[in-house]
Design a protein around this ligand. Structure first.
Ligand code: ASP
Length: 438
């Protein structure tokens, strides 16, 4: 049995958090592989070490003195080392880093050092070997991960043993450090779990799993106890702040369950994510897994008499968006009209060019751009092929006097999307939560 445990930035923020991690790891001998983030925020106005390192690099780039910022990084790791009573000469590591900065370190290497320093200290504290990500996490030149080579390397290095691994970075074929995108330690953890065929990938953070709705909108939302990988994907795509969105792919490929847990409440079982669950009929009562949403979408709608009877319109319109590099999120259509819904911030810079192209290429009777649309996704595997879900959504929103501006359902019937006016967004989320969850 093997559990790969990834601890995020707030779990690594200070010595108190390191102690919590030690207790979690020691309480279960199968927790043999620990993947760590750089130190995160200790309190809301605090700084994340990775942000400071990015900032440091910007200072260097513009020739501004970076000492004050570097010193904040230095002090944080020295204080963790001191408070934990470790003997590691972290000053030597920091001096080495400073020398490298003076010689012209790359941005990616510099920002990866938060994870590196975190992992060195955690390895000492747990008395586990430190396994540098540069020795096993290999990228191809195009920035994708060389999974076969990476997996084989990690298996060779770790065997049946223990390890602490820094997240967020790996090695390019030319020997340079490369980082994943922000929040990428989640992916390192998933890759380590897949490489070692772990029985579970535990992702430890500062909330007790994924919540059924945004806690800034709904008071004390319930935790999602079980979700499928598809539901997780739907929820994070639709706006739920969960994990890095690429996290699920490596573990899903190997059918490894993902358990999202809270370092500050280790007894809480969190959220378990799997490919599927055996469901009894009593489980079917609550058929919504979660509600997520995002604001600031725009819809570009064209009308043209007789369009429904001719071919190629959807493709023509999509091509115009593609040529303007604007992603399309949803495509509600009516008779003789098509809408393309996209994030407003992506549309705005290309809006005139798109409307111009549409006018020229499609000769519509009218083009309308509507802003301030919020899209809410009601997600649930138990909604599939079941009557009543859509009815409940519309009834609840109707009773609350909320106008629905767009409706869409995915073909797998895993989600129902409703578009509402920005001003109705929060109310609509609360209404739906109360209708389906409470
Ligand atoms: N430290 C990195 C970031 O802040 C990676 C991570 O924590 O996952 O993005």
């Amino acid at each position: 049995m093997l559990k790969v445990c990834k601890f995020g930035g707030t779990s690594m923020a200070d010595a108190t958090q390191y102690r919590k991690i030690r207790d979690i790891v020691r309480s279960d001998p199968t927790r043999r592989i620990v993947v760590v983030s750089a130190a995160g925020k200790r309190f809301p106005k605090d700084n994340k070490i990775t942000d400071l390192l990015y900032l440091c690099h910007e200072h260097i780039r513009y020739g501004v003195n970076y000492e004050i910022i570097f010193d904040m990084v230095r002090k944080r790791y020295i204080s963790i080392r001191n408070e934990l009573g470790l003997r590691r000469n972290i000053e030597a590591e920091l001096d080495l880093l400073r020398d490298k900065i003076e010689q012209g370190i790359s941005r990616e290497e510099l920002v990866s050092r938060g994870e590196y320093l975190s992992a060195i200290l955690m390895a000492d504290f747990l008395d586990f070997p430190f396994v540098d990500a540069r020795n096993w996490l290999f990228f191809h030149y195009d920035g994708t991960i060389d999974q076969d080579r990476s997996y084989a390397a990690l298996r060779r290095i770790v065997g049946e043993g223990c390890a602490v691994i820094p997240g967020f970075y790996g090695l390019m074929p030319d020997g340079k450090i490369r980082t994943l995108t922000r929040g990428g330690s989640d992916i390192t953890g998933a890759l380590a779990a897949a490489a070692l065929d772990a029985d579970v990938y535990e992702n430890w953070t500062d909330v007790s799993g994924i919540l059924m709705a945004d806690p800034n909108i709904v008071e004390n939302p319930r935790t999602i106890e079980q979700a499928t990988y598809s539901e997780l994907r739907q929820l994070s795509y639709s706006g739920a702040k969960v994990l890095h969105e690429m996290t699920v792919f490596p573990v899903r490929e190997k059918n490894i369950p993902l358990n999202i847990r809270n370092t500050n409440d280790p007894e809480h079982p969190g959220t378990m994510v799997r490919e599927e669950f055996k469901e009894s009929s009593s489980d079917r009562k609550r058929f919504v897994t979660g509600i997520a949403g995002k604001c600031d979408y725009s819809a570009v709608t064209i009308h043209k008499k007789g369009m429904a009877g001719s071919v190629g319109n959807l493709r023509n319109m999509a091509e115009i968006f593609e040529n303007n590099t604007v992603p399309i999120c949803y495509t509600p259509t009516g008779i003789d009209c098509i809408s393309m819904v996209c994030p407003t911030e992506k549309l705005t810079p290309h809006m005139y060019s798109i409307t111009d192209d549409l006018r020229r290429e499609m000769r519509p009777d009218s083009i309308k751009v509507t802003d301030s649309i919020a899209i809410i996704a009601v997600v649930g595997r138990k909604m599939a092929y079941r009557t009543g879900a859509a009815g409940m959504i519309f009834a609840a929103l109707g009773e609350a006097n909320i106008n629905i501006r767009m409706i869409s359902q995915g073909p797998e019937e895993l989600n129902i999307l409703v578009g509402v006016d920005h001003k109705d967004y929060e109310n609509a989320v609360r209404v739906l939560y109360n209708a389906f969850v409470k």
